[in-house]
Design a protein around this ligand. Structure first.
Ligand code: HEC
Length: 103
């Protein structure tokens, strides 16, 4: 019985961990506005200024990888290094889910 309980708990933990990893597009949309991303990358991720890339059409995996690299400094851009510095892992997951949903 104890073994069965442990198995059920482990399964539940795995499921909730993968649900978290998927990110929440609604929270990502709120973060996109709250963190000021929208000011450069535009409403719905469609930029209106040539200096700022349009994010609509980018996959969640691309956004997650690049925000992680901007945050660590692996990808260098003074503006985005500064923007990404204030993001938590959860923010990045949610932003990736939101931007990935825009295609
Ligand atoms: C002040 C303007 C500005 C703000 C605010 C800003 N960005 Fe950026 N972002 C840029 C610029 C400029 C680049 C291109 C950097 C480069 O050339 O490497 C970029 C690049 C990116 C990229 C990579 C796009 C690509 O095609 O390679 C992602 C993803 C991104 N930004 C997400 C965000 C998110 C999420 C936020 C909010 C937390 C944000 N940005 C806030 C200016 C901004």
């Amino acid at each position: 019985m104890k073994i069965l309980t442990t198995f059920v708990m482990a399964t539940a933990l795995t499921v909730s961990a993968s649900a978290m990893a998927a990110g929440d597009p609604a929270k990502g949309k709120a973060t996109f506005a709250a963190k000021g991303c929208i000011g450069c990358h535009g409403a719905g991720g469609v930029s209106t200024a040539p200096a700022y890339p349009t994010l609509k059409g980018r996959s969640a995996a691309f956004v997650k990888e690049n925000l992680t690299n901007f945050r660590s400094g692996k990808r260098k851009n003074p503006t985005m290094n500064g923007m990404a510095a204030g993001l938590t892992d959860e923010d990045i997951e949610n932003l990736a889910a939101y931007i990935g949903s825009l295609q």
